[in-house]
Design a protein around this ligand. Structure first.
Ligand code: UDP
Length: 371
């Protein structure tokens, strides 16, 4: 197949601004290339991340067309009833103008943006568009436009988990991939003997609920290492002021290879999102290193973690629940965490599901949608 992959317009690839979808897109691209497909990636340009992309060898090997323009405002910073905003010289619009011009060279265009415009444009393109949706329902205007595409183009919208699908009024029209990403397991090393420390990994932004993990670190006295893009500095300052004595350390944003070196030395990762996380890439990255996942029982992580076997699912928003789970960490066999990642989240399994989805768009069969 000849594929054109359009990245998120909220940040350049490798910047971390786009969250998990950056790793997802990069992994899909690598796996499809390995299978002999040809592809091109379209993403926002940024001089600042050029150096970062160079240092991240997986990204520098990918065929990326960089498009200039103003970045899109992330959907999660807006209210449900807000109208759609598109800035002047929008990189989103520029990327789709590029796609319009080159569409005849491709069999499928794959949209990774959680934005209104690509859905609106779908009926106007001659080349079929597959939409990979990596967020739960956040906006009424998005729900409406996505629903009309889901009905007019059956099988064209894929979601990561059932929990995510259920937030959409058109859940039964979605293809449920059951995973948000596969990962290259050879990049993640198993660590049987961690240090006495915990990890929290993600964008530093209110929807990710970092403060609960910090509260749990304060109560247990176990150091918490924090990794991820600093997306909301005010939010971070509020946490620091509220928990001045918590044993926390913000380490910064690392490329995958560096991130896993640090993550694998932790006793567990805490996942404390306030929103319905569509999937939660960091959960499977932790499992790949043998790190148990302690997560709120909400959204994607509740479909990833095997409660009591590869981590613990905790009552949402309960710091006490996190503390109790931390106390039971000694009961988890870390090798089972790694095994779960191998059994369920390899690039091979991921590639099979993505390929099947694309083939079905090109030649629809009677495959069931999300159940
Ligand atoms: N991440 C990273 N370096 C870091 C911290 C995080 O590359 O130092 C990546 C991580 O690998 C994951 C993404 O950030 O792919 C976070 O994605 P997730 O799906 O967990 O949450 P999202 O940000 O999409 O809500």
């Amino acid at each position: 197949m000849k594929l054109l992959l359009l990245s998120t317009p909220v940040g350049p690839l490798g910047s971390g601004l786009g969250g998990g979808v950056e790793l997802t897109l990069s992994n899909i691209a690598q796996e499809l290339l390995r299978r002999g497909h040809t592809l091109k990636i379209v993403a926002p340009v940024s001089a600042r991340v050029a150096a970062l992309q160079e240092s991240d060898s997986s990204l520098s090997k990918l065929p990326i067309v960089e498009i200039p323009g103003t970045l899109q405002i992330p959907a999660q910073t807006q209210n449900r009833s807000d109208p759609i905003l598109i800035p002047a010289n929008s990189v989103l619009a520029n990327m789709w103008e590029y796609a319009r011009q080159v569409q005849a060279d491709f069999d499928i265009i794959v949209n990774f943006a959680y934005d209104w415009l690509p859905f609106y444009l779908t009926p106007f393109f001659q080349t079929p568009i597959a939409h990979f949706v990596s967020m739960a329902s956040l906006s009424d205007a998005m729900d409406k436009i996505m629903e009309s595409v889901a009905i007019k183009f059956p099988g064209s919208i894929a979601v990561c988990t059932r929990a995510q699908a259920e937030t959409f009024p058109f859940a039964r029209h979605c293809i449920c991939l059951g995973m948000g990403s596969g990962i290259d397991l050879s990049l993640y090393d198993f660590c049987p003997h961690p240090e006495n420390q915990l990890a929290w990994v993600g964008r530093i932004a209110p929807e990710k609920g970092l403060e609960d993990a910090v509260a749990a670190a304060e109560i247990t006295g176990i150091p918490l290492k924090i990794f991820g893009k600093m997306q909301d500095e005010n939010y971070w300052q509020q946490i620091c002021q509220h928990y001045p004595n918590a044993p926390i350390e913000y380490r910064g944003f690392f490329p995958t290879v560096e991130l896993q070196k640090q993550l694998r030395q932790c006793r567990a990762i805490l996942m404390t999102p306030r929103w319905v996380e569509a999937f939660g890439n960091v959960a499977i990255e932790a499992l790949a290193c043998g790190v148990p996942v302690i997560a709120y029982q909400r959204g994607g992580p509740s479909e990833i973690v095997r409660d009591g076997e590869t981590g613990f699912l905790v009552k949402p928003d309960s710091v006490d629940g996190l503390v109790q789970a931390i106390a039971r960490l000694h009961t988890i066999d870390r090798s089972r965490c790694r095994r779960q990642a191998e059994e369920e989240y390899s690039m091979e399994i991921w590639g099979n599901r993505i390929e099947k989805w694309f083939r079905n768009i090109l030649k629809p069969s009677s495959s069931p949608a999300c159940d």
